[in-house]
Design a protein around this ligand. Sequence first.
Ligand SMILES: Cc1cc2nc3c(=O)[nH]c(=O)nc-3n(C[C@H](O)[C@H](O)[C@H](O)COP(=O)(O)OP(=O)(O)OC[C@H]3O[C@@H](n4cnc5c(N)ncnc54)[C@H](O)[C@@H]3O)c2cc1C
Ligand code: SF4
Length: 316
Amino acid sequence: MNKAAEGRFDDIVPCTSCCLCFDAWSRTEPIYCQVNARAGRELELNIIPARQQKKVFVVGGGPGGVEAARVAGLRGHKVTLFEKSKRLGGALNAAGGPSVKDGVGYFRDYLIKQMRKEGIEIRLSTEVDNAIIEKERPDAVIVAIGATPIIPAIPGVTGKNVVIAADVMAGMKSVGNKVVIGGGGMVGCELADFLHEEKGKTDITILEMLPKVAIDVGPTLRWVVRKRLDEFKIKIKTNARVSEITAEGVKSVCGGATEVFEADTVVIAVGYEPSKKLVREIEGKAGVSVETVGDCDKIARIAEAVESGFRAALKL
Ligand SMILES: Cc1cc2nc3c(=O)[nH]c(=O)nc-3n(C[C@H](O)[C@H](O)[C@H](O)COP(=O)(O)OP(=O)(O)OC[C@H]3O[C@@H](n4cnc5c(N)ncnc54)[C@H](O)[C@@H]3O)c2cc1C
Ligand code: SF4
């Protein structure tokens, strides 16, 4: 309210409507917020000036890296943030794709603006490797390079009709009229919603190995996700393991029998694994402290990336 009264609207962190705070309440856990690491931990997580200014490299321009750079800058360190693509935001650029999740996009823009205010040097289109670290010799490196999509080792997965969910959400890949999505977690379900509502697709099937879809969505929002899939007449097949992809579609083992699901495009949405290569290359180098934050440490969500970025910057 004070920020609004002072006209500082850019400094107000936007709520993403993720409902993680409601999930925490429903489990009688302490208050928690996806976009504000300090919420409920105001006495523990204080931004205090650093005793000694350090040359800090933050690698990765997703929420973990941007938050780490912002907080390190606020503490008085000399920070450079590197991003290998042309754009900051990391996986938030895909996560904020559907219009129902525009709050994620507002949060991304807020975070980047706040980081820029701290005078952080930003180097886009720069993929950091060991050679850059050896040449420029920072005191500390915060690695926030995110995760890599898991590509299951099944016949046909490298076919021309196969794309990755995040590439579709980010607008980098398109799909045909008949779509089969392999994987019914949060990403697979959101993709189905997005393809129906924003791309007008009417023939979408989700194949999920587990007995339920959207199990990684919190209880406050899960029913909304399910209700929309039902309203949009998205076909859902659970206990269904994708066994082969062909030019015609997907073969799936469902309760012991093999079924064929026709598709123009097959979208892979079976999860992510942490990107570890850079950490392995630079860890243990004399004089350089290394911290990993966000999905490259452990696959989680925006909340964990933001909190771990905040905490890593407090350790410097
Ligand atoms: C489609 C989709 C939907 C999602 N929806 C949600 C959701 O609703 N709620 C939620 O909580 N989470 C969601 N997530 C997950 C969430 O986006 C991630 O957990 C979060 O973005 C992780 O942040 P990060 O900073 O660790 O990594 P990322 O956001 O992945 O950012 C890593 C960045 O590092 C860069 N990079 C990689 N290697 C290098 C290098 N060597 N040098 C320089 N830069 C490098 C990458 O280009 C990237 O920009 C979703 C993810 C996807 C893909
Ligand atoms: S946890 Fe999510 S819904 Fe709750 S206040 Fe924070 S951003 Fe908003």
